[in-house]
Ligand binder design. Structure first.
Ligand SMILES: [Zn+2]
Length: 137
């Protein structure tokens, strides 16, 4: 028997990403926005990856995007995930520009296609962490 009670690994909150995770907990998807080059970035960092400025502020994202790429996981021997298969891992192209890795919820594997529009949903998985996942729209 596998130990399916072992908790799943969760993101680690740092000073750089704390606003992002606090936003998710409130049901808001936040992205860093560079006031110099006027671009969004994800994941959170101390400096803008485009121009190097540290003039970053947090902005609420629309939560909308499209599936940029995805895969269906049909086998995962890790005890934390063995009962989840099949499940998907998707890269979401957000309207604001950045891409983030997540899952599409409430969708059969056959329903997924590149470029399908999605919107964010928030999945509280622990006291501290609410994961942004996406559903088809
Ligand atoms: Zn910049």
């Amino acid at each position: 028997m596998s130990d399916t009670s072992r908790p799943k690994p969760l993101p680690v909150i740092t000073e750089e990403n704390r606003p992002f995770w606090e936003g998710c907990k409130r049901g808001v998807l936040l992205l860093q926005y560079c006031e110099v080059c006027q671009r969004y970035q994800f994941y959170p960092r101390l400096y803008c990856m485009q121009c190097g400025a540290n003039a970053l502020r947090w902005e609420q994202a629309s939560g909308r995007g499209v599936i940029y790429s995805y895969t269906i996981i049909r086998q995962n021997k890790s005890p934390e995930f063995v009962n989840d298969t099949p499940y998907n891992v998707a890269i979401i192209q957000l309207e604001e520009g950045p891409r983030l890795m997540s899952n599409i919820v409430e969708a059969a594997p056959e329903a997924l296609r590149v470029d399908l529009p999605v919107t964010v949903v928030f999945d509280p998985v622990s006291d501290a962490i609410t994961l942004p996942r996406f559903r088809l729209i």
